[in-house]
Design a protein around this ligand. Structure first.
Ligand SMILES: *Cc1c(COP(=O)(O)O)cnc(C)c1O
Length: 426
């Protein structure tokens, strides 16, 4: 098998003689067949083949195959957004009456999806602290619990998940561990190697990397033994009436979960990615290995600079020796821990605002993790509906500033931060 840098460029698409060197965009909603029987067999899942882009499209499939290869999974599905990927990850194995356990420091959008929308649909959630002990996490489980969920590097707190410990607790309860690997990308961490069963991505972030297309991905390791826990996962282990009674775990073996996500959830819910956006993702993937290295190097340099600045109260970046998650970073993210830094200033909310407003190169954006350096104050922006207490419950310090280091020269980024801090102090 080729090394990961080579696979970023080539995996999932090898053109044959006379075929396009770059992965083409197949901008077609539908696909043609010669006989009625050929088409019928596709609908019975007896033959593999394209029939309608809502379910599968060659461009999307090639890009999904590249992401599956990078993660070391058996298959992947592209979705219209990271939100859709996390929704599908849960709905593929949960229904009303079920329960999930989730780290409380996850991305705010996922926190709302699970805590409000899924609860409203009858899927309950218990949030646990990501640094809880094994016994504390285990105590959150119920007999109707169907999965455990966390983020490799949490957004925005940039805490590193103890994936092995989470996997151990999940497996002891007969359920899969689902890890949102958005900030790490498979270049920096492959959660399957540490026992995770399913990985999700907001590809909107580093995988795209240029801020051009919203998207997501769901990846299946193929490792979870659904049949051993057949009573918990009837959707995978009992006949599906909407496909003439086929049983996913029997017919598709290790690819049962991802096949069901495509043929059932995508068929019914339709949050697919467009071939055009998949093409942009592919361009991002082809330089992902180079970009991640630069994001990590520059962020470490900026984090070190922030740490020694007198106006800075605290810095969280697990690459710093002083960071509480440094040991976990060394274990799970030895090549670097992405470009996102969380920090707080000493001067209070008004000082924060003067600092943010004085930035010139660094821009205020809700976005994160692309080539442009940007900054966000969750308490004033993405999380402004929450009280300070609710912020802390969601793992977000009220004074937290999220700084996403792009691909500019780090000296220019530091000069801009420095000037804005000086201005804020005036
Ligand atoms: C942004 C993000 C999401 C949501 O993804 P969208 O593509 O914005 O829908 C999910 N998880 C994490 C960790 C994110 O950073």
């Amino acid at each position: 098998m080729y090394k990961i840098d080579t696979r970023c460029v080539h995996a999932g698409y090898r053109p044959g003689k006379g075929e396009p060197r770059q992965m083409p965009i197949i901008q077609s909603t539908t696909f043609k067949y010669e006989t009625s029987d050929q088409m019928g067999r596709l609908f019975d899942l007896e033959d593999a083949g394209y029939f309608y882009t809502r379910l599968q499209n060659p461009t999307c499939d090639n890009v999904a195959a590249r992401i599956a290869d990078l993660e070391g999974g058996v298959g992947a599905l592209l979705t219209s957004s990271g939100q859709a990927a996390n929704l599908y990850a849960v709905l593929n194995i949960c229904r009303a009456g079920d329960h999930i356990v989730c780290a409380n420091n996850i991305y705010g959008g996922t926190f709302n999806l699970f805590g409000v929308t899924l609860r409203g649909l009858g899927i309950d959630v218990t949030f646990v602290s990501p640094d809880a002990s094994e016994a504390e996490i285990a105590a959150a489980f119920r007999k109707e619990t169907k999965l455990l969920f966390g983020e490799t590097i949490s957004n925005p707190g940039v805490e590193v998940l103890d994936i092995e410990l989470f996997a151990r607790v999940a497996h002891a309860h007969g359920v899969p561990l689902i890890v949102d690997n958005t900030f790490a990308t498979p270049v920096l961490c492959r959660p399957f190697e540490w026992g995770a069963d399913i990985v999700t991505h907001s590809t909107t972030k580093y995988i795209d990397g240029h801020g051009v297309s919203v998207g997501g991905a769901l990846v299946d390791s193929g490792n979870f033994p659904w049949m051993e826990h057949a009573d918990k996962f009837p959707g995978l282990t009992t006949p599906d009436a909407s496909y003439h009674g086929l049983t996913y775990a029997v017919k598709f073996g290790p690819a049962a979960y991802i096949t069901k996500a495509v043929t059932h959830l995508m068929r019914d819910l339709g949050a697919m990615q467009s071939p055009q956006n998949a093409f942009y993702l592919n361009l991002g993937l082809q330089t992902l290995h180079l970009r991640m290295r630069r994001h990590c190097d520059s962020a470490l340099q900026v984090a070190r600079w922030l740490e020694q600045h007198p106006a800075v109260a605290w810095v969280h970046y697990s690459g710093l020796e002083s960071d509480p998650f440094h040991a976990q970073q060394q274990k799970y993210l030895p090549a670097g821990c992405c470009g996102v830094i969380a920090f707080g200033l000493k001067g209070g909310r008004a000082f924060d605002n003067r600092f943010l407003d004085a930035l010139q190169l660094v821009t205020i954006e809700t976005h994160v993790a692309d080539c442009h350096t940007c900054v966000l104050h969750p308490a004033s922006h993405t999380h402004r509906q929450l009280s300070d207490e609710q912020l802390r419950a969601a793992g977000v310090a009220p004074d937290l500033i999220r700084l996403s280091i792009g691909l500019e020269d780090p000296e220019d980024i530091i000069a801009d931060l420095s000037a804005a801090l000086e201005h804020a102090a005036l």
